[in-house]
Design a protein around this ligand. Sequence first.
Ligand SMILES: Nc1ncnc2c1ncn2[C@@H]1O[C@H](COP(=O)(O)OP(=O)(O)OP(=O)(O)O)[C@@H](O)[C@H]1O
Ligand SMILES: [Mg+2]
Length: 327
Amino acid sequence: MLLKVENAKAYYKLEKVSVKAVDGVSFEIFEDEVVGVVGESGSGKTTLSNLVSMNILKPLTLVEGKILLKINGEFKEISSMSREEVKKKLWGKEVTIVPQSAMNALMPTIRMAKYVEHLAHSHDLAEEKLLAKAEKRFEEVGLDPLWLKRYPFELSGGMKQRAVIAIATILNPKLLIVDEPTSALDVVNQRVFLKVLMQLKRMGIVRSIIFITHDIATVRQIADRMIVMYAGKIVEISSMEEILRKPLHPYTRGLLNSVLTPEPEIRKRGISVIPGAPPNLISPPHGCRFHPRCPHVMDICKEKDPPLEEVEEGRRVACFLYSEERR
Ligand SMILES: Nc1ncnc2c1ncn2[C@@H]1O[C@H](COP(=O)(O)OP(=O)(O)OP(=O)(O)O)[C@@H](O)[C@H]1O
Ligand SMILES: [Mg+2]
C-alpha cells in the first residue's frame, strides 16, 4: 500500500457557510496501480486531489481525518505536516499533482526550462543536473529536448501536456496525480498522453497514478480500479473490470449508462441520463446524498447516510440496497 486516507473531511470554510466538498472519504492506493476517480462536475474530485497531495490552502480546511503516505517504507501521517515540510519533503518526490488545466496555466513568456530551474531552487538541487534530467525525460515522453528552450505558445496542446508531465515527474514521484489531463486534448493526443503515462509507470519513474476525470471512456483504458464520487462522498470503489461488468451503486449505473462506449456489453444497457442535478454542498440532503435522484430510493435512504461497505472482496459500495442495515 502507498497511500491511506481515513475518514477525510475537507470543507471550504467561507464567511458564513462551509462547502462540504469532501465529506468523510476513506480509501487506499496500492503500489503499482492506476486508479481512476470519476464523478460529475462539482463532486469533489479536485478537492480530493488537493487533499491527497496536502495542497490545502484557505478557504479549504481539513476538518477531520488522516492521510498517510508510505515514505521510505514507513507510513507517515502527512496530514499533520506543516506546509513547509510538505513542500520540502513531499512535493515532487513522494507525490506530485498535475492540476486541472495545468497546460493552459503555463506562462506564455516563460520558457519551459525556467520551470525546471524553479524546481531546482525549491529543492536545493543543482540547476544543471536537473536540466540534464529534464532533457532525458523530454525524450522519454517523445519530445525533442530542444523544446525545453521554447515558450509554451510554440508547443501544440498535446506537446504542452507532455512537457508538463515530463517536468512534473523529473524527481520520480511515487504517486502521480493528474487532474483532468486529457479533457482539453483531441482524441489522438489523448491516446498519446495515456501511452506516455503508462510508459512512465512501466519504467518505474512513477509507482502509482491517480487519474481524475469525468470521462469514463478515457480512464477505463488505463485504470486498474475506479473510485466513483458523488456530492463529496465516495459511493463506490471497485476494480475496473467488475464495475464495467456490473456497476452496483445506482449512481454508478446511471453514470456508466450515460457514457457512449464502444463496449457492446455496456452499450446494450442503453444511454440514459440521470434526471435531476447534484445537490449544493453547503446544505446537502439528509441521509444518502443521492436519494433525491435515485430510482431505488427507500425510506432509510432519506434518514441515514449509507456507509461505504465491502460487498465483495475489493469492492465497496455506499448504498442500502446492499447493506445489512435495511433489514
Ligand atoms: N475555492 C472554493 N471556495 C468555495 N467552494 C469551492 C472552492 N473550490 C471548489 N468549491 C466547491 O467545492 C465543490 C467541489 O469542487 P471540486 O472542484 O472539487 O469538484 P470537481 O469534481 O473537481 O469538479 P469539476 O469536474 O468541475 O472539476 C463544488 O461544490 C465547488 O463549487
Ligand atoms: Mg475538478
